[in-house]
Design a protein around this ligand. Structure first.
Ligand SMILES: Cc1ncc(COP(=O)(O)O)c(C=O)c1O
Length: 375
């Protein structure tokens, strides 16, 4: 419908997908072009990723989280974190196994488990203490016990964040019940108001029980480049490398070379980009609050997870309400139920348009719902 409307000349504001709309830094693009002109860079690259990129990832983990990693055994480059995550599920899980998936769920978290032929148990992830209690309960009562727990904080879609204590408790449970942990830390670089997201790998003993995925898609505006990393437990990293060896053969070397430059030289731009998302968050949240919506301001991610106001939730489910906003307000949002039943009653709005477009989106939503936003 969005494309139909656009073809018909409607100006549709797309806040549906977390697809960054700003470009990477010029120096990174220049490096890509320069490396692509080198004849030596067009063959198969090292399957695990070029060593200097893996070293750079290890250096960033130390700077950002105080975590020491061995780039040779504990860091692997993947074709976007989603590819690495899905293949890790394939490496670890099979029929008869169970994985715990956060709910509401980022679709890949559920479907990677399903595609591996394993069972998924979803546990509500928006209250992290309750999540740990439920995980403990599940491990005590489920036979066989879950083999893997997937965690994703800052959480997409709900934007829930955790503190370091959460991971300490998670590692204790993993040791007690013998499950492995996959942490998806996609939003490590998109944090607001001075909040710093902890890394699972910084928890004592974490490296014995799990891995963490990070990405250059969000903070570095390199989503289309497909650069992600798997870090942590060497055996799990090796299992992923084995599976990947059957499916792909590493990443185009010029991309890896440009990624090194991005990690080395563009940290200030990553911080500036987070401030841009923070300002957009404020514009969107202020606007929706003026329309009478109750909004929890996110401390991280590039999303606002907005509860559908009661008067509308009584009449429409989240799919119907999102469709109404598209049809009548020309604004695309993701319905909460697209992230499973736990997302019903919510909408996810991505901060991928600039501030004036976000103001316009609020005005259009206000008009469509019968209340005109100020400005
Ligand atoms: C929680 C989460 N994990 C992974 C990804 C995908 O990241 P990548 O582009 O590195 O595959 C996203 C992107 O939307 C995400 O929200």
């Amino acid at each position: 419908l969005m494309y139909e409307k656009r073809r018909a000349g409607d100006d549709v504001i797309d806040l549906g997908m977390g697809n960054p709309s700003d470009p990477p830094q010029e120096v990174v693009i220049e490096k890509l072009a320069e490396a692509a002109r080198d004849d030596d860079n067009h063959g198969y690259a090292e399957a695990l990723g070029v060593m200097s990129l893996r070293r750079e990832v290890a250096a960033k983990y130390y700077r950002q989280h105080g975590v020491r990693l061995d780039p040779a055994r504990e860091v692997l480059v993947c074709l976007g974190s989603k590819e690495g995550f899905s293949h890790m599920c394939l490496a670890l899980l099979g029929p008869g196994d169970t994985a715990v998936v956060p709910a509401p769920y980022f679709p890949a978290h559920l479907y990677a488990v399903a595609m591996a032929g394993a069972n998924a148990i979803t546990l509500e992830a928006t209250d992290c203490e309750k999540y740990l209690a439920n995980l403990d309960y599940t491990c005590r009562h489920l036979v066989p016990r879950p083999k893997v727990a997937i965690v994703n904080y800052p959480h997409n879609p709900s934007t829930t964040v955790v503190e370091a204590d959460f991971y300490r408790e998670l590692v204790k449970l993993a040791r007690k019940y013998g499950f492995m942990v996959i942490s998806d830390l996609a939003y490590a670089d998109v944090v607001f108001d001075g909040y710093k997201t902890p890394s699972f790998l910084a928890a004592p003993g974490a490296i014995e029980v799990g891995v963490e995925f990070t990405t250059m898609s969000k903070g570095y505006n390199m989503a289309g480049w497909r650069v992600g990393f798997c870090t942590g437990n060497a055996e799990m990293v090796r299992a992923l490398a084995t599976i990947k060896g059957y499916y792909d053969y590493g990443m185009f070397r010029p991309i890896q070379i440009a990624a090194i430059v991005a990690l080395r030289q563009t940290e200030a731009a990553v911080e500036a980009q987070a401030r841009i998302y923070q300002q957009r968050r404020d514009v969107l949240c202020d606007g929706l609050e003026r329309l009478g919506w109750t909004i929890q301001r996110p401390k991280a991610t590039m999303f606002v997870w907005a509860k559908v106001p009661d008067i509308w939730a009584q009449r429409f489910d989240s799919f119907e309400f999102a469709m109404k906003l598209l049809k009548e307000a020309n604004v695309v949002v993701s319905p909460g139920a697209a992230f499973g039943p736990a997302g019903e009653g919510y909408l996810r709005l991505a901060l991928v348009e600039n501030e004036s477009r976000l103001r316009q989106a609020v005005r259009q939503i206000g008009r469509c719902l019968g209340k005109v936003g100020e400005e």
